[in-house]
Design a protein around this ligand. Sequence first.
Ligand SMILES: Nc1ncnc2c1ncn2[C@@H]1O[C@H](COP(=O)(O)OP(=O)(O)OP(=O)(O)O)[C@@H](O)[C@H]1O
Length: 846
Amino acid sequence: MFEDLLGEASDTAPDSAPSAQDDAQPEARDEALSNVDSLIALLDRWVEHGWLRALDRALAVFLHREVGDASPLLLLAAALASHQLGRGHVCLDLAATLAAPDLALSLPPEGDDLSDPPPLPGDVLAGLDLVTWRAALDHPPLVADGRDDQPGNTPLVKFESPDSTRLYLRRYWQYEQDIRHHISARLDTSDAPCRRTALPHDGADRRPDNATDPADAPCGRTALPHDGTDRHPDNATDPANAPCGRTALPHDGADRRPDNATDTADAPCGRTALPHDGADRRPDNVTSTTTLAAALDSLFPAPPTGPGPDWQKAACALATRSRFAVITGGPGTGKTTTVVKLLALLQALAMGEGQRPLRIHLAAPTGKAAARLNESIADQVARLDLTGLSDAPETLRSAIPQQVTTLHRLLGSRPDTRHFRHHAGNPLPLDALVIDEASMVDIEMMAAVLTAMPPRARLVLLGDKDQLASVEAGAVLGDLCQRAEGGHYTPATCDWLESVIGTPIPEKHRDADGQPLDQAIAMLRVSHRFDAKSGIGQLAEAVNRPLGVGHDHKEKKRAVREIFGTDGKSRYADIARLALADADDTAFDRLVVNGNPAGFINNGEGRHDRRGELIAPPRGYAHYLEVMQAARPTQPFFGEGEARQPYDDWARQILAAHGHFQLLCALRKGPWGIEGLNPRIGRALRRASWLKASDLELEQGWFEGRPVLVTRNDYGLRLMNGDIGITLGVPEARSETEPPGRTLLRVAFPASDGSGDIKWVLPSRLQAVETVFAMTVHKSQGSEFTHTALLLPDAPNPILTRELVYTGITRARDWLTVVETGRGMLDEAVTREVVRVSGLIRQSVR
Ligand SMILES: Nc1ncnc2c1ncn2[C@@H]1O[C@H](COP(=O)(O)OP(=O)(O)OP(=O)(O)O)[C@@H](O)[C@H]1O
């Protein structure tokens, strides 16, 4: 638990244990819970209606078969705990389920019109109290107590506190443990030699994985793997066997390890291994305050522009202090700018002491996010003034990494298994890892990354804590950043920060009770992309404002509405609101075809960016299709190498033009989900003569101009989930002299390494792609579009939350159109917040 890092959450035990609605029918409960057969019959009916997954029901059946004496209440809890994983939660919170039982199933928001509906969880759990449900989980063969020293090997784990009980599938409980343990260990900023990693709050070391983590071996002996065998190939060459972490030499005295000797990360027991030259290169331990302050001053020469410190400078400083750091901030607050400076700083500190450059890797959860960081980082590294940081600035510059990879690729994913090539037993060969767009990293991936990190290596997470969480279970960045807004820096941190950045930390961010995790988190608070004149910035800020206790929903709705102006005409030049009269309103077609510039002040003309450069008016999809038609190569040839160049240039132009507009929506199904919108947009483009596809092709086929989104990583084709390609007609010929034969469709993708290369793929080879005229907001994370249109559905839906709207809005760079297909949906969305149940940071469940 992070209670030791964060302190107890403010929620207190309720006066009386919650119980499910008493006004529901007790007969339903008596019947469904009277025996296992009745419960399974009920689960069957829930599955039939799509309220529960077959997988969740199968778990209950499996557990029943395994032990026979599990009570229906326990099996129900297991099925519901499994179901929560599919909805992003890491576990089932029993108290929260009793308080709002029907939220535990995936009930259709609009309700089901059933003549004989099955009982709802509210009926089944009617009158049940927490004490009784807890007692039903008391079944040691199936449910371990997560607070026990030896939580055994049960399929389920429960974790009880005075006010709540969380039930986990073991794997997810283990992920939480791994994340907590590894972050705790990295937060230890003390220089004590041979220190042990931080233990959980109750002082007991419950980590089941201790044995495989070299960091945990007492003073240098490698612990054994789970099965008790020592698999280490050569103990004599194992630095872990040297007393207290000094690198041991093999029997013949030669150091054969390719990496370890210079890898501070590989030193056991908290001692840093000495490099070949004998110097201790640990930046966190050896850097004096004066050296760090001088380096920071050279990277941030300008004094802070507003009141308070330069948070970018503070973030860089904090990230050098422990082996775990988070830098969070909204769009344009300078996360990339800061991390580029941090990379320069870390390398300058390491190389300044005559050591080899650190092995730093950059990664992102998706190919798209990796490609985007790739582009911006290269530009920023090239522009960075390093003269004050190093006597050899160009050598330093060349040591700043610029290649961004995906987490899957970094860890070495293997087909048909969720295990990676790199893990605790085969750690990543690196000294530092920076993960961008960390809000998209789910709990399983975060656990895998942390477990594969060498114990002494540094991990920096970058991301916007307010964005939608990962599609899979967990909201790790959001959980970690729960207190980021307040800062909560201790007097010691404030004094240290002031000494290295030269500016005091404001009183409101100080907290004598600040917890270790707080000290490692920096929040960037000033947007350099959006100013007070930007509607996108204002709208994002208004939508993002938390409701909190005592906040008025009406007040928030009013603030959001006011940004658009009361007459429906926007008060800001960069945002427009399009309220559709009905499902057939042709204003929608105008938007997707030409971007509906008429919706913006002055038709979107004459706007300048912060550098004074003219911004092109808002566009729709006709823009890239026009480029496709106008810039088509005339050469009758398609092949490899130089001969392909005109086609590569053509594709590059089309892909760039395609990034000028994207329609985002919340749903997949229905007329306002991607399934309804994609063919509809295709037909609108065909009516405007930009496409030639038939109805059948628009629904399910290939056609020239079709934009596609990769929905699953394909390592064979080197395409990543989130990559976007455009289908283009290419006249095929076998040689330069031969006349072109038939025109084949090929899909042009930008290479995900940021090289600007184009990858041409035959449609038949693409296993998992979908048309992407409309894209879900979830899929758009990590992307940015010049003009983003965010379409809200016409009926309330639990998926429509403030996080979703905020994420959609912040995908817009220069222009944003909010499309309303029904009244009041924006109001509805901005007042609903995502609550992901997890125990990573204990939280009250709202
Ligand atoms: N301290 C600063 N002063 C002036 N301009 C800045 C500063 N920091 C960043 N910028 C500029 O603001 C813009 C956004 O910066 P950057 O890309 O680093 O932000 P980000 O938080 O990574 O954005 P994103 O939302 O794309 O993730 C860039 O043009 C950058 O040059």
